[in-house]
Write a protein that binds this ligand. Structure first.
Ligand SMILES: [Zn+2]
Length: 342
């Protein structure tokens, strides 16, 4: 029996040192110390050995159990350290591998146009102002001399949130907001989205873009308006661009005029884009109606103001030869990337 116990210990020792994983070590533990393990079974069968040998045998077996437990515990530490080292080795990050480059976007053509417009008008002393897209009826219409029953207020075109709240139909409402908080002289341009209940087609979208601008000071004249807009046209479309003004009507300006530029495609000779007229309609403009100035607390006897507004989708389309406004809204990177180098 003593020899048997020594053999069990030596076999356990071999198996323990041969085990290379925590799972393998656990199998060894079960084989010797589990419910049906060799040492457990030997201890249980002590009763069948001669009574005088039992104490010594029992002591031996208990010592064997302790010895196997100690060996298991030591080996467990070694194997755990090996497994950790192996895992660290396998998971090591190779910092010399090329990284994952995130896809690089491109500035949207509308953003490029806005930036250029802001720079051109910025050089003429206009600051950039901003206002809410969801606007009070008051700022969108009434403060611009368009009372509730005014014929120019076509209810079909306006998205109403409630009786008094609309999605702004132009950025001109921000003119009023800026003027209300300031004393003349004040000059600002307002880039932004506007909303009208139009169906989408190659030249219409229910959401499109405008840039409005205005300047109020003592002695501002129609000559200042023409000079400002002619300079914008030459800087934006090219130094040989011609401009012409045609009388028009807007409720918030008097007098009012539309400005055309010589066709940027055919340079005035006549083509499909300008419908063979040689001219392109670019923007509406005028001098603020006295009622608008009064409404923001200015004295129309003392100050006057020029104002203009343009559809910047159309400006971008003309500048870059884009023939469908919907391309500007689709955000297709293949389209947007074409303007990266402009
Ligand atoms: Zn043309």
């Amino acid at each position: 029996m003593r020899d048997d116990v020594e053999r069990i210990i030596s076999q356990a020792e071999n198996e323990i040192s041969a085990a290379a994983s925590l799972a393998g070590l656990d199998e060894v533990r079960v084989r010797y110390l589990g419910k049906k393990g060799r040492i457990t079974v030997a201890l249980r069968s002590l009763g069948s050995s001669p009574p005088e040998e039992r104490p010594a045998l029992g002591k031996m077996l208990n010592e064997a159990r302790e010895s196997v437990e100690t060996m298991l515990s030591r080996r467990r530490d070694e194997v755990a350290a090996l497994e950790r080292a192996k895992a660290l080795d396998e998971e090591r990050v190779d910092v010399t591998l090329p990284g994952n480059r995130p896809p690089v976007g491109a500035r949207h053509p509308m953003r490029i146009v806005y930036q250029e417009l802001e720079e051109i008008f910025g050089r003429m002393g206009f600051e950039v102002a901003d206002g809410p897209d969801v606007e009070l009826d008051y700022y969108n219409f009434e403060a611009l001399n368009v009372p509730k029953n005014h014929p120019s207020r076509d209810i079909q075109d306006t998205f109403y949130i409630s009786d008094d709240v609309v999605l702004r139909t132009h950025t001109t409402c921000v003119d009023v907001r800026v003027m209300k908080g300031r004393k003349p002289p004040v000059r600002a341009v307002i880039p932004g989205k506007v909303y009208r209940s139009d169906a989408s087609d190659p030249s219409h979208l229910p959401v499109f873009h405008q840039l409005d601008g205005f300047a109020v000071d003592e002695g501002t004249t129609f000559g200042d308006l023409k000079g400002t807009l002619a300079r914008f046209a030459r800087e934006f479309f090219g130094p040989d661009t011609k401009v012409r003004f045609r009388p028009s009507y807007f409720p918030f300006t008097e007098p009012s005029a539309e400005m055309d530029v010589s066709c940027v495609i055919c340079r005035g000779k006549g083509c499909r884009v300008c419908k063979n007229t040689g001219w392109l309609e670019i923007l509406g403009s005028g001098l603020f109606h006295p009622k608008v100035l009064e409404g923001v607390g200015y004295d129309p006897e003392k100050v006057s103001g020029l104002a203009f507004g343009m559809g910047t989708d159309r400006i971008a389309m003309l500048k870059y030869g884009i023939d469908d406004i919907r391309l500007l809204a689709e955000n297709d990177m293949r389209f947007n990337r074409q303007f990266v180098h402009i």
